[in-house]
Design a protein around this ligand. Structure first.
Ligand SMILES: [Zn+2]
Length: 472
């Protein structure tokens, strides 16, 4: 399997450190608000990677943090604490906010068929681990105290800007928001490991530490949580491209300074979801969430399908027109799969041939749009339906488009239409009584029955073949 590594800027053959096992880390959400669908694009694409590695036979251990403390509105240590801002906005405590939005995040993930990582660790549960690493960084001379805060000294590294040839636009977040000067910093790129001198007197969550009462910086949590569960060697680290700098750059700096050797081999970055007017954010334009899409009639699977149709390393432009196209294509795909009927033995040879098309697409740096094409190749292939169904079931382990559930729902809907349920038996009885009344030319009684049904929201439709009904 070939995968693009942001660190080397090349597609590389994927080889985990320990044969057959993959240690994978994902930056989790900051739980102060609903996730917007731009953030969720990253989690969807990372989910496909996670599932594909498992499908390919690897034993994957995946860890994710939950940021419930210390993430300031700018990734470069300035601005307000996002958690506190959320709590103030909703007149709740930081803990209540964290719990509520953590649940909301996993509910979105469930709807989008994203597998929950093996370990999910809130930052507030690991304060001792952060203190241990920060203490060691101070001892080794990689960190210093100034103005009450503990900073990482980036000048102590041979190379700090590891992802430095990212496009201007990708770097813009950190650079633009980092211009607000912090006089305590020795170097412009230095970052906070532990805050004590908070600008915010109302900081709710504080812990005692050798450096004073305070709270951890955002970057330190991912390094510590990853090392706590996955050890000193990590195979693959995932996140959105906007995290490459400064967040992932800082994670590498502090992790490698702490352990004294290279830390993570592959860096997997998912690019932005843009709107037609630019980068999607919580502050500008319509706030796009899974629930909002659902309220507009788009199933979460349709959004997942929309994401699959483009490569994770390309910016994707979101528009309702684009989503409508995805919805139409998705419904057609469901209808085509629904028309397949199990008709005998699976043709192993055809199965392997068609499966090869699917795996070669994903082996080539997770080309999900070609993997979607593989579904269509199956549907038009000259093999029997049983083979096609087996292949779709196989692909769905990775892609999770929800096709099989959608087919099931479609069948149930059709069945319900074709034969009324027991609950509707009384309607049929009244229709029959009305037909009898009409036959006996008792039109008053026939009208009375129609009226009775109408009051209960049942509309009768007289056709040549007889009377049917619909529910208003
Ligand atoms: Zn992180």
């Amino acid at each position: 399997m070939q995968i693009y590594n942001s660190l080397t800027r090349t597609k590389e053959e994927f080889r985990p450190i320990e044969e057959g096992k993959v240690k994978m880390y994902t930056c989790g959400p900051t739980v102060y608000h609903f996730a917007h669908i731009g953030n969720l694009r990253s989690y969807i694409m990372e989910d496909v990677l996670d599932r594909y590695l498992r499908y390919a036979g690897y034993e994957v251990t995946r860890v994710m943090n939950i940021t419930d403390v210390g993430h300031l509105t700018s990734d470069a240590d300035t601005g307000e604490d996002k958690m506190l801002k959320g709590a103030r906005r909703e007149h709740k405590t930081v803990l209540e906010i964290a719990r509520f939005y953590t649940d909301a995040f996993f509910e979105d993930c469930r709807k989008l068929r994203i597998r929950t990582p093996d370990v999910v660790q809130p930052a507030t549960g690991c304060i001792d681990d952060f203190i241990k690493v920060i203490t060691s960084l101070l001892e080794k001379g990689y960190a210093y105290t100034a103005g009450g805060n503990v900073y990482f000294d980036t000048s102590k590294l041979e190379k700090y800007y590891v992802f430095n040839d990212f496009e201007e636009e990708d770097l813009a977040v950190g650079v633009r928001e980092g211009v607000e000067g912090d006089e305590n910093k020795r170097n412009k790129a230095d970052f906070v490991l532990w805050f004590t001198k908070s600008k915010f007197d109302a900081q709710e969550l504080k812990w005692d530490s050798p450096f004073g009462i305070g709270y951890p910086g955002w970057h330190i949590e991912c390094s510590c949580i990853s090392m706590k569960y996955l050890g000193e060697y990590l195979d693959i680290h995932c996140g959105g491209i906007d995290n490459a700098f400064p967040h992932h750059t800082n994670e590498i700096a502090q992790s490698e300074a702490y352990i004294g050797h290279p830390w993570c081999h592959y860096w997997f970055h998912v690019h932005h979801l843009n709107t037609t007017s630019g980068k999607m954010s919580k502050s500008s334009g319509e706030f796009l969430t899974v629930s909002l899409l659902e309220s507009k009639g788009y199933a979460p699977e349709v959004y997942r399908f929309f994401c699959m149709q483009s490569h994770y390393r390309k910016s994707l432009v979101f528009s309702y027109e684009g989503l409508d196209n995805a919805k139409a294509a998705y419904q057609k795909l469901v209808a085509r799969v629904a028309s397949l009927k199990a008709d005998g033995e699976v043709d192993r040879r055809a199965f392997e041939d068609l499966k090869a098309g699917f795996t070669s697409a994903l082996d080539n740096d997770m080309n999900t749009s070609l993997a979607v094409t593989a579904y269509y190749d199956v549907l038009k292939a000259g093999t029997n339906d049983s083979t096609k169904l087996a292949l779709i079931e196989d692909f769905e382990q990775v892609m999770q488009l929800g096709l099989l559930d959608a087919v099931k729902a479609l069948r149930e809907e059709e069945k319900a239409k074709a034969e009324p349920s027991e609950d509707d038996r009384w309607i049929l009885d009244l229709i029959a009584a009305r037909a009898e009344a009409k036959k006996a030319k008792n039109y008053a009684e026939a009208d009375r029955i129609r009226g009775e049904l109408s009051e209960k929201g049942i509309i009768l439709v007289d056709t040549k073949e007889g009377t049917t009904y619909k529910k208003a």
